[in-house]
Design a protein around this ligand. Structure first.
Ligand SMILES: [Zn+2]
Length: 382
């Protein structure tokens, strides 16, 4: 009996081993000491091409950060491998030179330039933020893009991290220990994931119609915000209301991550972006009427803009993507009593119709909106 068991055991481990070798992989090991602005990254990967592997870092179309390649530093490999870096194309080519194991190491600089304070929330939204006591990262800001179709299994694990910091990841949000390994297919990860870690971070879980919802916020900021308190009506009323509106509960989970800007000197209103199963917001002032609207509008895009889209991209047919989304936003803000009659009418008349009426680009063609979005404030607000 013992022998049979042993043979079976050997066969099954061999089977697992053979599979692990076949499936392409990218294993990220991350380190941060909680104090400085550097994330250390060690990537072990399988090479799908014998001679060399080409990676790309950064995405200038993500928030218009054209110099994003500057945040990756000290890229190195072990001999006999050799690394070549092309700053213009952001390509990192590793020549393997017969090496069997492949590892690339680099650092992500998430520091701020104190002399250039944040003046719009986009700056901190679309850059890695790594500062004393707080780290917020979208995977595009620290992982490498591959240039083939191999769809490797991607994993993340923290080797060094400060003890007693709260941690959130949007791959498996129920996993709260950074020492536990996270795994997902490359194609899934490339739709963006979010990492938050900090001693000033609070993570709460809600059950919204059977769906786990996560509220991830900074605990304290200089504007006196109680963000968990400000967001709780969304979890208790708004999200149930919009789920009922669409009669849709087909979600694995949803998260809302709202954190204070770290490098601003003036008060700055909220900005954010939606990612897979979640919404990320940064703000530099009190969470008030406008911030409630932004939260409601952006999370409503889960349906109009993501689950429902006219055309091939979310910039197509803005009358539907933004117009109809805003309709669902306002209806559900009112339904959930987060907006009263006065706020409802103020948004409609003062914030929307009057601004449109007075806009100098109100006659501009839709195509010019996407092309000039990041450079022209009038178009962005159109
Ligand atoms: Zn929108």
């Amino acid at each position: 009996m013992k022998t049979i068991y042993l043979i079976f055991f050997l066969l099954s481990t061999l089977g697992v081993h053979a599979y692990a070798q076949q499936k392409p992989y990218m294993d990220y090991v991350l380190s941060w000491n909680g104090d400085n602005s550097t994330l250390k990254v060690e990537l072990t990967y399988s090479a799908s091409q014998k001679d060399s592997t080409v990676f790309v870092f950064g995405d200038p179309s993500f928030g218009g950060q054209n110099d994003i390649f500057n945040v990756i530093k000290n890229i190195r490999v072990t001999q006999p491998e050799v690394v070549k870096i092309d700053h213009a194309t952001r390509q990192i080519t590793v020549h393997h030179n017969g090496a069997k194991k492949h590892q690339i190491r680099y650092e992500i600089d998430g520091s701020f330039n104190k002399n250039q304070p944040t003046v719009i929330s986009q700056t901190e939204l679309f850059r890695p933020v790594i500062t004393k006591g707080l780290l917020t990262l979208v995977n595009k800001q620290f992982t490498l893009e591959i240039t083939d179709e191999s769809n490797p299994l991607v994993s993340f694990i923290w080797r060094d991290h400060p003890e007693n910091f709260n941690y959130f990841n949007s791959i498996v949000p129920s996993q709260r220990d950074p020492l536990e390994k996270l795994s997902a297919d490359y194609n899934q990860v490339s739709e963006m994931v979010y990492f938050v870690m900090g001693d000033n971070i609070d993570v709460r879980e809600y059950n919204v119609m059977g769906i786990p919802y996560y509220s991830v916020t900074t605990k304290e900021d200089r504007y006196g915000n109680d963000l968990q308190g400000s967001l709780s009506p969304f979890f208790e009323s708004y999200f149930p209301s919009i789920h009922r509106f669409w009669n849709d509960t087909d979600f694995p989970f949803y998260f809302l991550a709202v954190s204070a800007l770290q490098n601003n000197q003036k008060e700055i209103g909220a900005g954010g972006f939606g990612i897979r199963n979640g919404f990320v917001m940064k703000l530099g002032r009190a969470f008030d009427t406008w911030e409630k609207y932004v939260t409601a509008h952006e999370t409503a895009h889960t349906w109009v803009g993501l689950k429902m889209m006219l055309g091939k991209a979310s910039f197509d047919h803005q009358w539907f993507g933004e117009g109809f989304n805003d309709y669902t936003t306002l209806i559900n803000l009112a339904n959930s009593k987060i907006y009263g009659q006065e706020q409802f009418l103020h948004y409609l008349n003062e914030d929307t119709l009057k601004k449109h009426y007075e806009s100098e680009v109100k006659g501009a063609h839709n195509d010019s909106i996407a092309a000039n979005y990041w450079t022209d404030v009038a178009r962005r607000k159109q």
